[in-house]
Design a protein around this ligand. Structure first.
Ligand code: TRP
Length: 332
């Protein structure tokens, strides 16, 4: 039986952090066993915010290295750069004829950008969802692992797919956003507010590239208080967060021990954070080191991207040929 097709794009801006690891990368790693996976670095999408040309390659290589270091296996999935697949912009152009200015202007992520970068509201930003639809539809994907903030984009891809099918004939299945539901873990930030994220306070976010001392420093700064005074009292959010982080990287026994000490009011947060810091270092250090080793082997990374592009183009060229034919642009 042929496996279901999965496509997901990885942003090439910024460094990957623990939130990305548990929220996205772990999902990818799990999916590579059971699905036909296409994972790519969305470097064209990153151009909407005009990155410095001299940073682009290092960003792409770093993201690829960090994903492989986290467990993605380029033998099992097609791992490629979006810009290596010319069929994607071709399908994007075709899809632009079916996407309406009005609907694109209403997309919340577009409206956000209009607010945050009013002097660069380019057409690429407006048609960002169309390019994303092309990314997905070029492989006829049915499952698209994304975070909540991207679900509407997948819904638009579904609309464009249906519009195409309706006008020109059945070609695309309907892509659906996908996650592992309850297993999708939230990774709280270290300052007690919200989740770890790229855009928020960098000191409250642990990056896969952070060195051991920086990890320790950030963990030791996590917000706590003078400790519970009543047995079995309710945990404040920021303490729950520390337990949650411990739950992700420490042994179950360790978490239980500290939970017991919390409940009988003997807990010392300084000790708990020291333990968490060491467990965090033990968790992140091997991933960081593997990512560094991969980045130092540029030839190796180039080979991986080339092989990924070949796999992806095989599937993409079939789809684009079919699309052109249905539209009527097959003259010879
Ligand atoms: N827009 C996605 C993000 O910001 C990245 C992305 C680009 C993507 N193309 C995609 C995700 C296709 C899934 C499928 O995270």
């Amino acid at each position: 039986m042929s496996k279901e097709i999965v496509v997901s794009g990885i942003r090439s801006t910024g460094y990957l952090h623990l939130g990305n690891y548990f929220g996205a990368m772990k999902n990818y790693v799990k999916m590579q066993e059971d699905y036909d996976c296409y994972f790519f670095v969305a470097d064209y999408h990153s151009l909407t915010t005009h990155p410095d040309p001299k940073d682009l390659k290092a960003n792409v290589f770093r993201v690829v290295a960090e994903n492989i270091a986290s467990g993605l296996d380029p033998e099992k999935v097609a791992l490629y750069a979006q810009s290596d697949i010319p069929e994607i912009p071709e399908l994007y152009l075709l899809m632009n004829m079916l996407a309406y200015k009005g609907e694109l202007e209403k997309v919340p992520t577009f409206k956000d950008k209009v607010r945050t970068q009013p002097d660069n509201v380019n057409a690429g930003l407006l048609t960002y969802p169309v390019l994303m639809a092309a990314d997905v539809l070029i492989h006829k994907a049915v499952k698209v692992p994304v975070g909540k903030d991207q679900e509407q984009h997948v819904e638009m891809a579904r609309n464009f797919a249906n519009r195409f099918n309706h006008r020109y004939g059945d070609l695309f299945p309907e892509p659906q956003p996908f996650n592992f539901g309850s297993e999708l873990v939230k990774v709280p930030s270290l300052d007690g507010t919200g989740k770890m994220s790229k855009s928020e306070n960098g000191n409250a976010t642990l990056y896969l590239a952070d060195d051991d001392d920086l990890i320790r420093k950030k963990v030791m700064k996590a917000k706590t208080d003078s400790g519970p005074t009543e047995p079995n009292s309710e945990m404040p959010d920021y303490v729950q967060n520390i337990f949650q982080l411990m739950h992700l990287v420490s042994k179950p026994g360790t978490v239980d021990t500290y939970r017991g000490m919390y409940n009988d009011c003997t807990i010392r947060y300084g000790d708990m954070k020291k333990q968490l810091a060491e467990d965090m270092v033990a968790f992140i250090a091997p991933i960081r080191q593997k990512a560094i080793d991969l980045q130092n082997d540029e030839d190796g990374l180039r080979k991986i991207l080339k092989a990924g592009a070949e796999k992806a183009r095989e599937s993409a060229s079939k789809t684009i040929t079919e699309a052109r034919k249905l539209i009527g642009i097959n003259y010879y």
